[in-house]
Design a protein around this ligand. Sequence first.
Ligand SMILES: [Zn+2]
Length: 386
Amino acid sequence: MTINHSRRKLLIFGIGLSLATPRLYAAQKAVRVSMMSDARQITVSLPAADKRSRVFRLGAPERVVIDMPVASFPPELEHALTVVRQKFPWIEEGRIAHFSPDVARIVLTVKGKPVITRTTENGVMKVVITEEGLAAQTAVQALPLATKAPLAEKPLLVMIDPGHGGKDPGAIGNEGTYEKHVVLHIAKRLQTLLDQQHGIHAVLTRQDDVFIPLYHRVSLAHQHEADLFISIHADGFTNDQVSGASVFALSEHGAGSAMARYLSQSENSVDVLYDNDFKTDDEYLKETLFDLDQHETIHRSMDFGSHLAANIVKVHHMHSPHPEQAGFAVLKSPRIPSVLVETSFITNKQEEKLLGEPVFQEKMARALAEGINSYFLNEKKNNLLS
Ligand SMILES: [Zn+2]
């Protein structure tokens, strides 16, 4: 509303000015996009400690998404991007728009599968996007560079969400065990285990037996700029024979309805997750940006779920061996990989007993902590974390 409309406008390559030579763009300190003169590489420099700095790929069609933490982008950037399209035959299309008032997003639609390498030095994350053919020639040099990236200086933040609480007891076992209580025990054990590790910090959505609305749990994760969100449950089922743990990520269908909700003017979810200024009349732009994010996040959530499942199965049997997908409201963060873990069924006699035992709670918490570690290690290996 307070934003100048032109800043939100979707800009398509080819309609801007053309420049004779590729040029350098500097929006603010540590944020820079430059194009190599051989037209085969784009280098992006972003502040490494800023979690809004992101570069990732999306398939079908192949795209590279660059998020830059800048409040405004001058016309020079539009000009530079015009040059990219004209001089870089492997780039089919490019757009730039404000993803949120303080993040500018470039989306490049590319031919082939460009290679992305990341290095971090002196607080600056340098990302090099190389044309597929050239990447093959320089792969030997590019790989060691990428693996040398140091670990993040800022601790990775895990938001642990013990399900239910307060007036919402969750499921209740036949022996009178409350889901809201056992999941809080497991969540607190998980927090202790994670906080003992260097480089990881864990925060709970609730410390006590209090009611917290679902959207508020998602909002808390965003306020803390969480790297991961894990909701812990021990739900019930009408059939008391059903048993075992399950891991869920958001379904594409769920994402679709989540998007509808977020974008609906009558709902205030947009205000929770984004700045109020993000409200725009340009529905197409909002959907495009949201869709890109949610798609990438679901992919990472499923990956996170696989790491959890692989560790849970060592301490307890799984109801389903692979992560499943469902439309749980707490998983609807557009940007934070999120999963919901059903540690077991409180309505199953044996499992109700297990859930009340500190030994089982600790075993489950350890399995979750190991799954989280294993996911983070893999992300670092793939250079998805700065
Ligand atoms: Zn539950």
